[in-house]
Write a protein of this length. Sequence first.
Length: 604
Amino acid sequence: MDRKNPALGIILVYLGFGSLWILLSDWVLTLFARDAAQLAQWQQYKGIAFILATALLLYGILRVRERQLATSEARQRLFIEYAPAALAMFDTEMRFMVVSRRWRNDYGLADQDLTRRSHYEVFPEIPQRWREVHRRALRGEVLSAENDCFIRPDGRTQWQRWEVRPWYRADESIGGIVIFTEDITPQKEAEREMRIAATAFETRQSMIITDAEQRILRVNRAFCQTTGYRPDEVIGRTPDMLKSGQHSAGFYRAMWEKLEEEDEWQGEIWNRRKNGQIYPEWLHISAVRDGDGRISHYVGAFEDISEHKEAEAQIHSLSYFDVLTKLPNRRLFIDRLQQALRTSKQLGTVGAVFFIDLDDFSALNDTQGHDVGDKVLIEISRHLVAAVSGDDTVARLGGDEFVVVMENLGSQKDAALLRAKQSGERLLAAIRQPIKIDGNQYVITASMGISPFDGSSDSVTDLLKRADAAMLQVKKIGRDCLHFFDQSMQQALEQRVALESRLRQAIPRHLRLYYQPQFDRQGRTLGAEVLVRWQDPVQGLISPGAFIPLAEESGLIVPMGRWILDQACQQLKRWQDHPARQWLSLSVNVSAQNNFSRPILSAR
């Protein structure tokens, strides 16, 4: 039977069957009929049999056709029902005929029977433009769109790819339309995310992406601008090429351990540009894991913070250092003086504050100009820094005023005062050094006030006031010298200086040796220990406890020790000439400062 034209097939079958019936039936009847009457009677029966046979034939043909149509329709429905795309078939009244499961799932109609229901009844909110598409398709047009969006009733934007075309009946008339839709919202969202990510990737922040083995896969323009490398110079390599060498292996080990534990790390790190310049950056690394939880990529984002660090340093400098001389300013000086007071109290040592005011500096500014005055201040600050140790602090309070803090001048006050005086004189000498500016030479002097401290009850304010008061006292008495604030200390220092001067003159004229006998257990005399005394013309006999420490600190212990040892040897010589004393020995205490070729602890 012709599948393309079933009516023609039925006619051809009927004609063939009828022709065979007429030819064969007449021949069979003539063979078996006895006479003409019987043949005529059988001819009537043949007509009735023909009607019945053709009826059965037509019934069989129609049943076969119905089964074919049912099978075709079932296949069509099955195809549409389980099609991977969203398909729906409508009649000319836009009533649902067949709907795929994908359609029902996409539109939230999985539990509804849509057969014979109107499309506009199920979707009353359908836009007018789509109704027009349906009308055009019912007129024979085929319409489609690759990217179309609409707002769902729940407010969500949905993107679709769709096609609407008519379907035809056997008589070539339009029986309705078929609508195909595909929800492409996930793809659109993925595209949007990729565009956003691409835009974000090309921000001013440097970006780098590596695989799990840290091989560089991609960098952005900011990375190239920051590091100086082109993409082709870094892709396939590892970020180790950027290492500055300023971080230990432990630093990187701790960084990767945290990345492994928390999937991210951030902090300040120093890296190296292509030109070799080392620079600081703030780096954030994120680990990307796949569906199995394994790390697949690393994403690094960093920013060059050189300018930030420079700004911090500048702010710190402006906050704590003098702009002109680069010395600590008042704020930093006070902080260091407070620390010195705490240290002095903890260690039980004596320190001192030196308040320095340049003499007649205003006259220099008035006559030579402030530009020369500023250059003089810079040179004096250099001289002062060169005259102190690295532990001391030289600061500029402002104008022509400088202060110096010296710690750990000693635990004995007298010795500490002496060192403070010597240090002060060294500072004044440094200030007096000639300064050459623009071919001219300037000699500057200063007045200095010294305020000692031991950290017990001193405050920063009181120390500065005392040192300032002592400096003003110097201004009154002639300048270009130093003065201690505490008058009793000043007097003690003056007395100590005078005592040192007299001791220098007393060696060896006013030194006296005394011999303290030494006995054994039986009371027999073994020898004597040499003791030295100072017979001062002014103060009389002075105990070793008063002048030996002074001799040690001033270095006079060396000539004193040599004189004592010489006198002891002469005494031993005299005893050797006396039979009763030639076996005696002498013990002489020698300072460690005496550098003899052989240490002598006793002499015979």
